[in-house]
Design a protein around this ligand. Structure first.
Ligand code: GLU
Length: 253
């Protein structure tokens, strides 16, 4: 199976912007194991801006674009250094691919991206994709990695997109307000009603929230399966790839 795994900023870093070492180490271990079991794994990873902030000990995410782009430049290299080191423990190498929205819209650039990605996989390496934040301005930005991961998954013919974040899945109510809200375990189609109910961004450092995740699902519908799950215990990826049901939301299975 070809699996795209999207890792959100909140999965990789603490609210301080510093790396969550325990979580990230475990994620890399489980993802390596899944790759070793024969699945083709592709990562879409956020975290560049947060890691740039962590590196410079900045407390708040700056509002202006140029500052964010500079932080992405500083943090992206750190992010890749971390992946390079951790995946090397399990004999995997990584390949960085930075994209903007334009790259996926334009047919010839999309073809180049797909060819490169196929080759990175052929070499047995794990592609790590992020938006090219240092150069992407609003007009050409995808803007959030939930959407980017769905565009990537459908573009490269993935069988499954797994979006890991700080939420367990899609609920039938807001779990922060309603203690009785339950996870919806299976979704067969993304309705306009679901989209209109979804709130905004969940954390101060990340970009995505439930709305961007449902947009991602709308992109995947009729093309590839998708799961929204919590990254709290990375071993959840074993159950997901084995098709088991759990405390997460499966779309289009
Ligand atoms: N590309 C951004 C970063 O690496 C994250 C975008 C998102 O959180 O969706 O910091």
């Amino acid at each position: 199976m070809r699996i795209v795994i999207k890792l959100g900023t909140s999965s990789l870093t603490y609210p301080t912007g510093r790396l969550n070492i325990r979580r990230t180490e475990k994620l890399c271990k489980v993802i390596s194991d899944i790759a070793s079991s024969g699945h083709e794994t592709v990562l879409v990873s956020s975290g560049a801006i947060a890691m740039g902030m962590g590196k410079l000990s900045l407390k708040n995410k700056p509002a202006d674009l140029v500052a964010r782009q500079a932080l992405a430049a500083i943090g992206q290299s750190e992010l890749m250094a971390v992946y390079d080191r951790l995946f090397a423990t399990y004999n995997y190498v990584v390949g960085q691919i930075l994209l903007s929205g334009e790259d996926l819209k334009d047919e010839s650039r999309r073809t180049h991206f797909c060819n490169t990605l196929e080759k990175v996989l052929d070499y047995g390496a794990i592609p790590v994709i992020n938006e090219n934040d240092t150069l992407a301005v609003d007009e050409i930005k995808v803007g959030d990695n939930d959407t980017l991961s769905a565009l990537v998954a459908t573009c490269v013919g993935a069988d499954l997109l797994v979006i890991l974040s700080d939420v367990n899945g899609l609920y039938d109510g807001d779990p922060r307000i309603n203690k009785n809200a339950k996870i919806i375990k299976n979704v067969s189609s993304v309705s306009p009603e679901m989209l209109s109910k979804a709130g905004g961004s969940g954390t101060a450092l990340g970009t995505g929230g439930m709305l961007t995740k449902l947009h991602a699902a709308a992109i995947c519908e009729n093309k590839c399966k998708m799961v929204i799950a919590s990254s709290a215990d990375p071993e959840i990826l074993y159950d997901i790839t084995e098709g088991k049901d759990g405390e997460y939301t499966k779309f289009f299975w």
